[in-house]
Design a protein around this ligand. Structure first.
Ligand SMILES: *[C@@H]1O[C@H](CO)[C@@H](O)[C@H](O)[C@H]1NC(C)=O
Ligand SMILES: *[C@@H]1O[C@H](CO)[C@@H](O)[C@H](O)[C@H]1NC(C)=O
Ligand SMILES: *[C@@H]1O[C@H](CO)[C@@H](O)[C@H](O)[C@H]1NC(C)=O
Ligand SMILES: *[C@@H]1O[C@H](CO)[C@@H](O)[C@H](O)[C@H]1NC(C)=O
Ligand SMILES: *[C@@H]1O[C@H](CO)[C@@H](O)[C@H](O)[C@H]1NC(C)=O
Ligand SMILES: *[C@@H]1O[C@H](CO)[C@@H](O)[C@H](O)[C@H]1NC(C)=O
Length: 262
């Protein structure tokens, strides 16, 4: 019961009150970046529930989450700018929390398009990579571990993310050997590519320079992907794309990883 009360209080988290009173800072604060078309907070609450339940049960630490209010209902011409703006919003919201709550441990979580947004923060965004091929995403720098935010960030987790790269040290799940794909846009599930349809242009690997930046976070980053997921692994089962949130398995695994990083 202690946990649910804390989570409700934390959900209404306001930086202003955190700044005014350190007592409102959560020991663990999770930043959620939702998928395309989701309303806030979205499916990733099964992940935050697991993390916060375990954190409060094992240590009685306070734990909560906040959502990044980027535009997740973009049109074909605006999705690149919305993604770029979302990266800045995420960086800004993390910085504000870390400034007001210097002793809090921050966790970043993103799904699908939101996962791509999260990894763009740590790998760098744009640079010719865009989500749909319908516009050009402006470039944004990678967040380096030496920057102000570096020591505040405890863990980064992504699920079914579009920028998934095969055979990376941070990959988890049986989709680990596959590359992600561009989001077919407009968002037509019937148009999701399958292995037989894929062309090189649809595969969505990051350039090596971005992977080098991302690898600086390898101890704190896990990228979860199942082999049937059409977006991170070129699979053919649309339902697999949201399977990370629909049993206790992945939330339990993620919570264990996050606690090992706190
Ligand atoms: C919160 O506490 C830290 C030390 O624990 C302190 O450095 C910081 O200034 C405090 N923030 C506010 C807004 O009081
Ligand atoms: C809380 O933690 C204790 C000790 O680790 C464990 O035995 C118990 O099952 C946990 N409770 C819940 C509700 O997870
Ligand atoms: C958490 O707090 C409760 C109530 O004060 C206490 O009974 C319990 O032992 C504490 N658990 C841990 C792991 O500190
Ligand atoms: C999000 O983008 C869509 C499509 O470009 C636009 O119609 C909508 O007004 C935007 N929403 C917000 C909150 O800016
Ligand atoms: C995130 O940053 C934006 C832009 O500065 C701000 O409007 C919003 O209130 C912040 N969100 C939270 C939960 O602090
Ligand atoms: C991949 O892993 C998921 C989750 O554990 C499982 O449901 C699925 O059956 C696995 N697929 C294959 C082809 O092994």
């Amino acid at each position: 019961m202690r946990y649910s009360g804390l989570l409700v209080a934390a959900t209404t988290s306001a930086i202003a009150s955190a700044a005014a009173n350190n007592a409102t800072c959560n020991s663990v604060q999770i930043f959620l970046v939702r998928g395309h078309g989701e309303s806030i907070p979205g499916l990733q609450t099964s992940i935050t529930d697991a993390i916060c339940h375990d954190v409060s049960n094992s240590s009685n630490k306070t734990c909560g989450f906040q959502s990044i209010a980027y535009n997740a209902t973009s049109g074909a011409g605006t999705i690149c700018q919305d993604q770029y703006d979302g990266i800045r919003l995420l960086r800004g919201n993390l910085t504000a929390y870390a400034t007001a709550c210097p002793n809090s441990r921050l966790v970043v979580s993103g799904w699908s398009r939101g996962g791509a947004l999260v990894t763009d923060l740590f790998a760098g965004g744009g640079d010719g990579l865009d989500l749909t091929g319908t516009c050009v995403q402006p470039s944004s720098p990678a967040l380096a571990p030496e920057e102000f935010l570096g020591p505040h960030i405890a863990a980064v987790v992504t699920f079914g993310e579009l920028h998934h790269n095969a055979d990376m040290a941070w990959n988890v799940g049986n989709g680990s050997a596959a590359d992600g794909v561009r989001l077919p846009f407009p968002y037509l599930i019937s148009a999701w590519p399958t292995k037989t349809l894929l062309t090189n242009a649809q595969r969505y690997r990051r350039p090596e320079a971005m992977l080098e930046k991302l690898s600086l976070w390898v101890d704190r980053f896990r990228d979860y992907c199942v082999v049937d997921d059409p977006l991170c692994a070129q699979g053919a089962d649309v339902a697999a794309h949201s399977s990370y949130f629909q049993s206790a398995y992945w939330p339990g695994l993620v919570s264990e990883f996050v606690r090992s990083r706190l």
